[in-house]
Design a protein. Structure first.
Lengths: 143, 435
C-alpha cells in the first residue's frame, strides 16, 4: 500500500537543486511533492513524482546518490483539524513519526500528507481503521 | 603454488653471497661517484671520507646522506655521473613538493631497471602467455615505461594504455582479455568500481593479477581491490631517484616486498640522528644504487618510514623484504601536535564499511588547528533520515579519534565529489601557513 518516495543526497552548493529539477523536467517527470531536510553541509531531498522509475534512473545516471523509501500517503479533507485527527490516530497507536510533509491537488478539495513512520504497516492499519483514506502510487500517477 | 623466478640465481642467492656481491659493487660504485660527481665528492671530502675507506657494505655508514634537497640543489646536471653521450633517457618526478627531480639513465641503467620490473611480473605469476595492461602514466613518470619494459622482457603481450580514459581501459581489458593489470592502487579501485557500474562481474574478465604501486595503500584496500576485480593484488615499490618501480616487489606470500638488493642496498636509519638501526626496527628507508651508472645515488634518504626483514620467505627468494611503508616523513601531518598519517584515516574508513574516498583538510584558525575529513557517502549507508546521517558522521569521528588521538570533524559528501586524479589521489589539503 505504501507509496514510493525518492530520497536524494544533495550537497549544500549553489545550483545543486536546479540540476535535479532540470534533469527531471527534461525527462518529463512531474514533481507532486517535495521536502528538503538540511544541515550546514548537506541536504536530503525527498520527492514524490508521477514516474519514479524514470526519475530514479535519470538521476542515478547523472551521478546522484538516490534511494527509494516507502512512505505512507493519506488523503484528508482540506479543512481545519483534518491533519490533527490523522496524526492523533498515529499517536494513539504509539507509532513514531520521523517527518511529514503535505501537498494539495490542483482540482480536488483534498490535501495529501506524506508520513515517514517507523512501521508502515501498523500506521496504515491504524489510519484505515479510523476511516482515513490511504493513497497508492497509482493515485499519485493520476494526480 | 609452483614458484617461478625471472633471474633465479640472483633471487635465490644465499645471503652471504649477496653480501659479497653488494660489497664488490659498492667499492666500485663509490669510486665511480667520487671521480665523476663533484657534488658528492665535496660531501665526502667534508666528511673526511675517501673511496679507499670503503672496503665493503660494512663501511657504508661512513658515507654522507643525500636528500631531496641535494637533488634540488644539484638540478639538473649536478649529480650526473656519465657523459651525456652515454645517457639515453630521463625520467622526472611530478614536482608537487618543490622543484622536480630529473634522473638520468644509460642503456645499462634501463636494462637493469627493466629486469627488476620483470622479476616483479614473474613473481606475480606472469609468463609469456599473459596479456599485461600497463595503465600507469607513460612519459616522464617512471611507472608506465618501467612496467612496459618489464612486461616485454617477460614476453607478455603488452598493452601500453597509459593512465586515464577508463572506458577505453575497460574496452581493451575485456576485448583483449588482459590477465595482468599494472597501475596505481587508486586507479585499480576506480577501474573496479567502473566495471561494477557497467555490470561486469569479476568472473566475466580473465584478469588474475595486479601490480599496484606509486602511492600508499592499505591491506584493506588490497582486499577490496582483490574482491572487486577477482585478482591477486601485488605491491611494487620504487622511486624515480633510484630508477622507478621495481626497486622492491611482492611475491606470492604477499607479506612485504623483496628488495632487488643486488642493485639497491637498503638501510633503515633513525630520521632524527641518521644512525643506522638494526634489522626489524622502524625508521627511514635509505637506498644506495650499487650499479647504476648515470644517476648513482649513494645513501639517498627516501623519507619513507619502513621496516626490513630477512625472515625466510615461502617463495624461496632470499632477497631481503621491506614492509609496506607506514607513511612518509613528509606526508605525515602534525595536527594539534599529533602525528597523523592519511593511511590511518583510510584504515578507519575501510573498517567502518566506507570506500576509501576521503580528503583531509587542515587549516589554522585563531592559532588552533582545524581538522576536517570529508568522506564520500556510500550507497548502502545512505538514508532519508538526517539524524542517522549525523550519527554516522559522529561515529566516524569517534573511530578516527580512537585511531589518531585527536578529534576530526567528519563530513559525509556526495559520491565522486572528491576529485579523483586518475594518477595520484589528492588526499590532503593543508591550508596552514606556518611561518
Amino acid at each position: 500500500m505504501a507509496i514510493k518516495q525518492l530520497t536524494v543526497f544533495v550537497e549544500n552548493k549553489q545550483g545543486a537543486l536546479v540540476t535535479i529539477t532540470d534533469t527531471l523536467a527534461s525527462n518529463n517527470v512531474n514533481i507532486r511533492a517535495l521536502s528538503i531536510a538540511e544541515t550546514e553541509e548537506f541536504g536530503i531531498l525527498r520527492l514524490i513524482v508521477n514516474d519514479e522509475e524514470t526519475a530514479l534512473k535519470t538521476l542515478s545516471d547523472v551521478g546522484y546518490l538516490i534511494k527509494v523509501t516507502e512512505v505512507v500517503g493519506v488523503k484528508i479533507g482540506d479543512a481545519p483539524g483534518k491533519l490533527s485527527s490523522a496524526l492523533d490516530v498515529l499517536d494513539k497507536a504509539g507509532i513514531n513519526m520521523e517527518y511529514l510533509y503535505a501537498f494539495m491537488a490542483r482540482t480536488e478539495k483534498h490535501a495529501y500528507v506524506v508520513l515517514r513512520v517507523e512501521d508502515n504497516a501498523a500506521a496504515e492499519s491504524a489510519l484505515e481503521a479510523a476511516g482515513i483514506h490511504l493513497i497508492t502510487d497509482a493515485d499519485i500517477e493520476k494526480l | 603454488m609452483e614458484q617461478r623466478y625471472y633471474q633465479k640465481e640472483i633471487e635465490t642467492m644465499p645471503v652471504e653471497e649477496i653480501k659479497k656481491l653488494q660489497s664488490e659493487k659498492l667499492v666500485k660504485q663509490v669510486k665511480h661517484v667520487y671521480d665523476n660527481v663533484p657534488y658528492y665528492r665535496n660531501l665526502m671530502d667534508e666528511k673526511g671520507v675517501k673511496p679507499e675507506d670503503i672496503h665493503g657494505i660494512e663501511d657504508l655508514h661512513l658515507l654522507p646522506f643525500l636528500t631531496k634537497a641535494d637533488l634540488r640543489d644539484a638540478y639538473p646536471y649536478g649529480l650526473l655521473a656519465k657523459p651525456l653521450e652515454e645517457c639515453v633517457r630521463i625520467h622526472s618526478t611530478s614536482g608537487t613538493t618543490g622543484r622536480r627531480v630529473v634522473a638520468f639513465y644509460t642503456q645499462n641503467d634501463i636494462d637493469l631497471w627493466e629486469d627488476c620490473c620483470a622479476r616483479a611480473i614473474v613473481a606475480a605469476g606472469g609468463t609469456n602467455k599473459d596479456v599485461c595492461q600497463v595503465a600507469y602514466g607513460y612519459g616522464l613518470f617512471t611507472g608506465g615505461s618501467g612496467l612496459n619494459g618489464g612486461s616485454h622482457r617477460v614476453g607478455c603481450l603488452t598493452l601500453p594504455m597509459s593512465s586515464g580514459n577508463t572506458d577505453r581501459q575497460i574496452q581493451f581489458m575485456t576485448d583483449l582479455g588482459a590477465t595482468i593489470l599494472c597501475c596505481t592502487p587508486s586507479y585499480a579501485a576506480y577501474i573496479g568500481e567502473t566495471l561494477k557500474e557497467q555490470g561486469y562481474d569479476p568472473d566475466d574478465i580473465p584478469l588474475k593479477a595486479g601490480i599496484f604501486g606509486a602511492e600508499p595503500w592499505t591491506e584493506e584496500m588490497r582486499h577490496n581491490i582483490e574482491a572487486t576485480l577477482g585478482i591477486k593484488a601485488y605491491d611494487i615499490y620504487g622511486l624515480t631517484e633510484t630508477s622507478g618501480p621495481g626497486v622492491a616487489f611482492e611475491c606470492s606470500e604477499q607479506t612485504g616486498m623483496h628488495i632487488n638488493e643486488d642493485h639497491f642496498y637498503a638501510e633503515i636509519i633513525d630520521p632524527e640522528t641518521g644512525e643506522v638501526l638494526p634489522e626489524g626496527e622502524k625508521g627511514e628507508l635509505v637506498f644506495t644504487s650499487l650499479d647504476k651508472e648515470a644517476f648513482p645515488l649513494l645513501r639517498y634518504r627516501t623519507r619513507d618510514i619502513c621496516v626490513l626483514s630477512r625472515k625466510k620467505c615461502s617463495c624461496g627468494r632470499t632477497l631481503i623484504k621491506m614492509a609496506k611503508p607506514m607513511g612518509r616523513t613528509d606526508d605525515m601531518l602534525i595536527i594539534r601536535g599529533v602525528n597523523v598519517f592519511p593511511s590511518q584515516i583510510e584504515t578507519v574508513l575501510l573498517n567502518e564499511g566506507y570506500e576509501p574516498n576521503y580528503q583531509i583538510v587542515v587549516d589554522r584558525v585563531n592559532n588552533n588547528d582545524t581538522f576536517e575529513v570529508n568522506v564520500e557517502m556510500s550507497a548502502d549507508k545512505f538514508t532519508d533520515k538526517v539524524s542517522e546521517i549525523l550519527a554516522m558522521e559522529k561515529a566516524l569521528a569517534n573511530s578516527m579519534k580512537i585511531m589518531l588521538g585527536i578529534n576530526p570533524s567528519v563530513h559525509l559528501v556526495a559520491p565522486k565529489s572528491i576529485v579523483r586524479s586518475e594518477g595520484k589521489a589528492v588526499r590532503v589539503i593543508d591550508k596552514r601557513k606556518l611561518i
